[in-house]
Design a protein around this ligand. Structure first.
Ligand SMILES: [Zn+2]
Length: 64
């Protein structure tokens, strides 16, 4: 079960964020180790429709 600010999220599943790429202009990302910093991760994903960041710091998306 997923929670967003203590509220149960019904009908959500894990959102695959493996498509994320490190930002070469970001000093925290590491393009050599393919590491995306949490700032860029949140910047990139937060505008995606039906995607939420849970209390367990995982991305989930509403099932179709
Ligand atoms: Zn970054």
């Amino acid at each position: 079960m997923f929670y967003d600010w203590g509220k149960k999220l019904i009908g959500y599943e894990y959102y695959d964020i493996s498509f994320l790429k490190p930002d070469k202009n970001c000093s925290t990302c590491d393009i050599y180790n393919d590491y995306v910093c949490s700032h860029c991760e949140i910047e990139t994903i937060s505008g995606t429709p039906n995607v939420k960041y849970t209390d367990d710091l995982e991305w989930v998306i509403k099932k179709k």
